[in-house]
Write a protein that binds this ligand. Sequence first.
Ligand code: GDP
Ligand code: MG
Length: 232
Amino acid sequence: MNALIVKKAIQGDKKSIARIISLIETQVQVGIQTTEQNIPVIGITGPPGAGKSTLVDALLDLYVQEGKRIAVLCVDPSSVLHQGAILGDRIRMSRWFNHEQVFIRSLSSRGSMGGLHPFIAQIISFLKSCPFDLVLIETVGVGQSEIEIIRHANKTVLVLVPEAGDEIQLMKSGIVEVADIFVVNKMDRPGSSVFVTQLINMLKSTFSNKKVCPTAASKGEGIEALKKTIDT
Ligand SMILES: Nc1nc2c(ncn2[C@@H]2O[C@H](COP(=O)(O)OP(=O)(O)O)[C@@H](O)[C@H]2O)c(=O)[nH]1
Ligand SMILES: [Mg+2]
C-alpha cells in the first residue's frame, strides 16, 4: 500500500505527500525509495512575530505567478505558548491551502521524546523527491534547534525587526554565521533605517558576503528584491 502512496506522492498528489509525511513523523518505516532532485531549500527563521509568515505569504504570491510549485514546511515549537502564533499562520496562509501549486505542512520541531524532531531531514529529503521547484521552511526563533533545522537549507533568511539591542544577542546565538540573507522587516516602523545601517556596519567587518534586505511585508514592500536575492 505504501508503494502506491509513494508513487502518487512523487507524481505530485498532495494528499499522498501529506500521508507520507505523517508516516515519517510517526516513525513508521515507509521504506521510501525515491530520488532526490536538486531543488533549492530556503530556510526562513527569526523571532516570533518578526513577520516570517507574512513574508512567506508574499513570496508565495511571486513564485506562484512565475508558475513555480512550492512546498512550505512550518516548523513550530511544541510549546503551548506558540499556539496563538500557529493559529495566526493558519489564517495568514489560508489562501494557499487549496492552491494547486502550493503544499503547506506544519510540523512540530520536537520529537515525541522532547528532543529535536529527528525526522526533519527525512521529510525535507522526501519533499525534494516530489515535483516541487522550491522548498520553503519557516522556523520560529534563533535557538540551537532552529539552527539545526536550518542546516538542511541551501540558503537561510533571518528575519529581524528594527528593535535596538537585538544585534548583540544575535552575535552570541550563532545564527549570524548560518544566515545568508538578513531581512529587516517592518520598515514602516520608526527607527528602521538606523537599524539597517547598524546591521550593515556590523556585518561589513566580519561577514561581508551577507545580504541585507529591508522589507515591509504587510505592505508588500521589498519582496521582489528579497526574491531576487534568494534566487541568485
Ligand atoms: N507594521 C508591520 N507589521 C507587520 C509587517 N509584517 C508583518 N507584520 C505583522 O506582524 C505580525 C506577525 O507577523 P507574522 O508573519 O505572523 O510573524 P511570524 O511569527 O514571524 O511568522 C502580524 O500581525 C503581521 O501583520 C510589516 O512589514 N510592518
Ligand atoms: Mg509564523
